[in-house]
Design a protein around this ligand. Structure first.
Ligand SMILES: Cc1ncc(COP(=O)(O)O)c(C=O)c1O
Length: 416
């Protein structure tokens, strides 16, 4: 198979650099690779095409939003119908109410819902509600847990000050002894514990909750009147449609959703329990675009379709098949591939090789039409077909041949 030419993408990147700092910024910027595509021309189902008209089977799904396939007819029809009726208008839309009804019905721990645009809107609101409800300042998050780009979420990154993060404490994932220790060190001053349902950091294997972990966290939060926030922005709808907490057997006070909720239309949501309803009403939360009706109509159609096709279980099956196939192919080439996290969001790492070798393998896959990333978990959608998986495995087989045998890459301690 010929490898892809990406000269039109490269030309566009050069053009971009003169008018956009860095050309492509944020997480899209991190992912730019010399030999890979930089800009898309179109997308459909589980595929996108780059500017050079190369087709990729997309295992990043726009970093999560695409869950039913690009351009899903039912979602687009609902969004377009609402667009024709009105989108950004001086009043709220019934689409907002209908969507909240669907979400409250579907998510077991949800008694109400509020909507924003990005996942970071919902995590910021969750923390404000927790602080307002408890009258406390401090928030405990998991080390390397990502919750968006508000300064308090970012740690000591460029453009933030120490005061931004002075009320944020960090605890190791799966470690309730440390959590208890932090609570003891700050008696009566912890407003919230915020965490994704399982640990999905970048550059590291992803880790599921240890048996009993979430039950212990829930008990600690209850005992100390700490608001328990699940950040389901990334994993939401890919583990369990009733909320990822259902899979792990516990009940949070607030759940943050985003990414996949509207199959790529801009929307996020915070759901909560009755006890926090009054505070949720009192905390000031708004944005010019928060009331756009078309993304809400798209979200309603997305959630209904997800339920209709039992999407979380379907993606778990597709992801498991893909993982098994990739692990087998790797081993026929003498490599050990580790697939961690949940099957619908697999994180891949070639074991016992340097990060450079791992990324060289990823580049060989991308150059042939399988879009993977070297440092991040991947995403499965319901639009990935058996044919897509079969073709992926053939391409990955070729990518390993192009990489050459393990012995050609001096063995390293895994650095990922
Ligand atoms: C777990 C988690 N929370 C919050 C966010 C922030 O979402 P957004 O980028 O839509 O603001 C992300 C984004 O990747 C995320 O993965």
């Amino acid at each position: 198979m010929k490898t892809f030419e990406v000269s039109k993408s490269n030309d566009m990147l050069e053009r971009a650099k003169s008018v956009i700092p860095g050309g492509i910024y944020g997480h899209y910027g991190f992912s730019v690779r010399d030999t890979g595509p930089k800009f898309f021309s179109r997308a459909d189902a589980a595929h996108f095409w780059d500017l050079d008209d190369n087709r990729y089977i997309d295992y990043m799904c726009a970093y999560g939003p695409m869950i039913l396939g690009y351009g899903h007819p039912k979602v687009e029809e609902a969004a377009n119908k609402q667009l024709r009726q009105g989108n950004t208008v001086s009043l709220a839309s019934p689409a907002m109410v209908e969507l909240a009804e669907v979400l409250v019905d579907m998510v077991s721990a949800a008694d109400w819902a509020l909507f924003g645009k990005n996942g970071g809107d919902s995590t910021a609101l969750a923390v404000m509600i927790a602080r307002a409800a408890t009258g406390r300042r401090k928030v405990i998050k998991v080390t390397d847990g990502y919750h968006g780009v508000a300064p308090w979420m970012l740690g000591n990154r460029l453009g933030t000050t120490e005061t931004d993060t002075q009320d944020v404490l960090e605890v190791a994932w799966n470690n309730t002894t440390e959590l208890q220790g932090l609570i003891d060190q700050h008696p009566g001053d912890i407003a919230a514990f915020i965490s994704s349902p399982y640990d999905h950091p970048v550059y590291r294997d992803n880790t599921l909750p240890a048996p009993g972990y979430w039950q212990q966290v829930e008990a600690l939060c209850k005992k100390n009147d700490i608001v328990l926030i699940v950040d389901d922005v990334r994993a939401g709808f890919r583990i369990n449609l009733a909320g990822s907490n259902r899979e792990y057997g516990f009940t949070p006070d607030l759940i943050c959703f985003g990414k996949a909720i509207a199959n790529g239309h801009p929307l996020s949501a915070l759901t909560g329990c009755d006890a926090l309803r009054q505070t949720a009403q009192e905390v000031y939360f708004t944005g010019t675009q928060f009331f756009n009706a078309a993304p809400m109509a798209a979200a309603k159609a997305t959630l209904q379709e997800l339920q209709k096709i039992d999407a979380a279980n379907l993606m778990t099956q597709i992801g498991s098949t893909l993982n098994q196939g990739l692990v087998n192919i790797a081993s026929t080439h003498g490599y050990k591939l580790i697939a961690s996290g949940i099957p619908a969001m697999p994180y891949y790492r070639l074991d016992g090789v340097s990060y450079e070798t791992h990324v060289a393998w990823i580049d060989e896959c991308v150059k042939r039409g399988v879009y993977l990333l070297g440092y991040h978990n991947h995403f499965i959608s319901t639009a990935h077909t058996e044919t897509d998986i079969q073709l992926t495995l053939e391409i990955v087989d070729e990518a390993f041949s192009a990489l050459g045998p393990l012995s050609a890459h001096a063995p390293h301690e895994a650095k990922l």
